[in-house]
Design a protein around this ligand. Sequence first.
Ligand SMILES: NC(=O)c1ccc[n+]([C@@H]2O[C@H](COP(=O)([O-])OP(=O)(O)OC[C@H]3O[C@@H](n4cnc5c(N)ncnc54)[C@H](OP(=O)(O)O)[C@@H]3O)[C@@H](O)[C@H]2O)c1
Length: 352
Amino acid sequence: MNRKPTLAVVGATGAVGAVMLQILSQHADVWGDVRLISSKRSAGRRPVVRGEETEVLALDEDALEGVDVALFLVPEEVAAQWAPIAAAKGAVVVDNSAAFRMDPDVPLVVPEINPHAVRARPRGIVASPGCTTLALIVAVGALHAEFGVSELVVSAYQAASSAGQDGVTALRGQLSLVAGTRLGDSPGDVRRAVGDDGGPFAAPLALNVVPWSGSLREGGWSSEELRVREETRKILGLPELRVSATCVRVPVVTAHSVSVHAKFENEVTVARAHEILATSPGVVLYDDPAAGDYPTPADVVGTDPTWVGRVRRALDDERALELFVCGDNLRKGAALNAVQIAEAVAAEFAVD
Ligand SMILES: NC(=O)c1ccc[n+]([C@@H]2O[C@H](COP(=O)([O-])OP(=O)(O)OC[C@H]3O[C@@H](n4cnc5c(N)ncnc54)[C@H](OP(=O)(O)O)[C@@H]3O)[C@@H](O)[C@H]2O)c1
């Protein structure tokens, strides 16, 4: 073929879309035309990508005509409807939503872990995992390759932007209502100040943490928690892996943090875990608590890698490690992983 493929960014005006346009402007330019698409609400806007203002088109069949690769950065129900249409028109779809992640005919790809999976795509769709799975999977996958993971117990501290632009707007609005006040020292005072404007969150997020995200599933689990389990199993090719996740919203704009208890088949040492993490692509080891060196979301926001600190061997289990992991949910947790997949597909166009 040897031509530059045409790329469509469907959902270019959302939280992930905005970061996608930055990344497309920063990465080596492997694309021919780049077409920006959203709902009718944002059609006509002219965001900048690759240094040029580019008009946003409304999503319809015409907008998908002649597209080689389509990045879908839209709500799940929109992806469920439109990704198959784009694929039927000949595009390879890279979908960021949860719509196809567990479809056995759709690969779920993290290029640092299972890059080969991108080529087996019978539906013409490749899925990118959720932001919480992506926050931990690159580091855990690297340790798994050496030690063989047998169980994960994770607590995720999720940023507001994983609920999209609405989440960011809601958190910023709530923070402006509580700033400079003495709120937070009597029950319900924050809730009264914030009023009904919880936005996409189950309770006020300013001055608070909320042990809920997603929708209710059997047994009291949330959809977010079950996704971490199912997606991790699929990516690592370990359908029986024991995974228990708790997802909590915290008043952070962007960048997820995850506390991980990882149990392995073999004995582990912190020294060897450090070596593995320090040399794994996509991972930065930042682990010197005596010097105050450990990742925080405020420090890693806007960066690409998975940051790992607080690496300890479990006190009561020589085969288990404790880690604290941070990663930008809009970059590696969404746009960057999707663009890495799309660039792997684009490379196929360069082969004669
Ligand atoms: N945020 C994260 O951290 C994160 C991480 C991993 C995966 N994801 C997934 O990525 C997707 C996008 O998330 P987001 O956070 O960017 O959401 P968002 O901020 O709400 O943006 C949604 C985007 O979808 C577009 N859209 C909505 N309805 C549409 C329709 N009917 N037709 C065409 N376009 C439509 C919106 O266009 P308008 O501007 O016209 O409304 C906007 O561009 C979701 O599936 C989400 O689950 C998000």
